[in-house]
Design a protein around this ligand. Structure first.
Ligand SMILES: [Zn+2]
Length: 489
């Protein structure tokens, strides 16, 4: 078992980084945790469920940027790798001397809680439950959890922490080690794992049944937040038209599942969601349909390398001369050749790649811990968001092209839309002609929201619609402003 000091070092990337946390279901609750730990908490919830143990939302909590109780450093809660469960009935006790945890022998959770209140027990959980929690391992056989009630010198019975490194956790949880994890859900006990199923419906709220596909109807996009109130931080903006799954709700807030994988990614105000059609529209392969007419406002005929050089550092001049034609013909072919979208495309290239060439992503500390691109692998937070599902997807679908197309989802969707087998031949995304089409298709998919943002001069939002964040925003803005000046309307 790793010590607390070791765990702080192993999970340092997540220390007090709320924007890096993901929201996952934990019984009836939604908790914020470090992305690699999501599966582990679901295994813990499955064990508690097996015993019919009820989790209370109001005294169960996970991520919190705080110091450890003895003041010697940051709590593991600040790293998103610790969870306190039902703290009113599993108190923190700093007792004299050393002793083992004391369990109540009573049959029910409420009777055991009474023993805790009277001081004869440390927890309302049972020894069998804790044994089953301790038995949870990765597929490599490494134990996953440490329970605060097992500590000798004090008891923190509410507290469960991840006991191994992100790399060890990446092996995945061994389902056979999770007591009750594989049992069918026919036991009559309220569902507490929340893996796929949502909590019972409550009538009268403006959201249709759980797990259904909804579409964002907020004109300027809908904020996905870390919790069910506007006081929680914004995790990302979901553009107008985005389709999401609603996995449940809390008051007027919908629990949003972006990929339909049963994991909650955050919360959004349900008033800005409308039921989507039963199935998403089928993508139209480029080769089966005529080129999209570029229509009115096509300015690509008057965009020259001289104009574009003003938007980029001098060192890029040669690359602009070599590549501009591919970019402009892609924009024309996909019908996004008007001034705002051309500026958007060029400024996006400036933000995504320092050059003006369709290149594969190099390895860096952002994508690699030990093996190249392992930070995009299945089981990691980015890997999940990118739709990476098979070992090796991280490197296979690394960033490529003028916009750094990344991840199995994007390669699959754009490839299908262009009629090019990018999933089986991802390297082709760096061919200049195809890279130009990919950039254009990428922008076309978001064009309605991008146009709205640009019309309002909300460059931050426009950048976010492509990048998901503000990476490279200063370069993007600089290029966009210079481009408008170089090519007046
Ligand atoms: Zn704790």
């Amino acid at each position: 078992m790793a010590t607390t000091a070791e765990l702080r070092r192993l999970w340092a990337d997540y220390e007090c980084k709320p924007e890096k946390m993901v929201v996952v279901r934990f019984g009836p609750d939604s908790i914020r945790v470090a992305p690699p730990t999501g599966e582990a908490w679901q295994a813990l919830a499955a064990v508690l469920k097996r015993y019919g143990y009820l989790i209370r939302e109001d005294d169960t909590d996970s991520y919190n940027c705080r110091a450890i109780k003895d003041g010697s450093g940051r709590s593991l809660h600040a790293f998103g790798i610790a969870l306190d469960v039902n703290w009113r009935t599993n108190p923190y006790r700093d007792h004299a001397g050393k002793r083992a945890a004391r369990y109540s022998s009573k049959a029910t959770q409420s009777e055991r809680a009474e023993d805790v209140r009277l001081g004869s027990a440390d927890t309302d959980m049972t020894a069998a439950m804790i044994d089953d929690v301790n038995a949870i391992t990765t597929t490599a056989g490494k134990r996953v959890f440490e329970w605060g009630g097992s500590w000798n010198s004090l008891k923190d019975a509410m507290h469960f922490q991840i006991a191994l490194s992100p790399d060890d956790l990446a092996a995945g949880i061994d389902p056979a080690s999770v007591a009750g994890g594989a049992e069918p859900d026919d036991d009559g006990v309220d569902d507490l794992t929340g893996l796929v199923e949502a909590e019972p419906e409550t009538p009268g709220v403006g959201v249709a049944p759980r797990g259904d596909l909804f579409r964002v109807i907020a004109r300027s996009g809908l904020n996905l937040r870390g919790g069910p109130a506007t006081t929680f931080e914004i995790l990302k903006n979901l553009p107008l038209g985005t389709e999401v799954f609603v996995a449940g709700r809390q008051g007027d807030w919908a629990k949003i599942d972006l990929q339909g994988d049963g994991l909650v990614d955050g919360f959004a105000a349900s008033g800005f969601l409308t039921p989507a059609a039963s199935a998403p529209p089928a993508p139209q392969p480029l080769l089966a349909t005529p080129m999209v007419p570029s229509g009115a406002g096509d300015i690509t005929g008057r965009v020259t390398p001289d104009h574009v050089r003003k938007m980029f550092p001098p060192s890029v001049a040669g690359a602009i001369a070599a590549n501009l034609g591919f970019v402009l013909s892609g924009l024309r072919a996909r019908g996004v050749a008007d001034r705002p979208m051309v500026m958007m495309a060029l400024a996006t290239i400036r933000a995504e790649t320092e050059g003006f060439v369709p290149i594969p992503e190099g390895r860096s500390r952002f994508n690699t811990a030990s093996v190249p691109f392992d930070k995009y692998e299945p089981g990691t937070g980015p890997g999940r968001r990118l739709g990476n599902t098979r070992a090796g997807d991280g490197a296979r679908f690394k960033g490529r092209g003028y916009v750094q197309l990344t991840g199995r989802d994007n390669y699959g969707r754009i490839g299908e839309q262009l009629g090019v087998p990018l999933l089986t031949d991802p390297d082709r995304a760096c061919e200049p002609e195809l890279a130009g089409l990919i950039l254009a298709q990428f922008l076309r998919n978001e064009q309605q929201a991008i146009r709205t943002a640009l019309a309002r001069n909300d460059l931050k939002l426009a950048r976010k619609l492509v990048n998901g964040g503000s990476h490279g925003f200063e370069r993007f803005k600089d290029a966009y402003v210079k481009g408008l000046a170089a090519l007046p309307a």
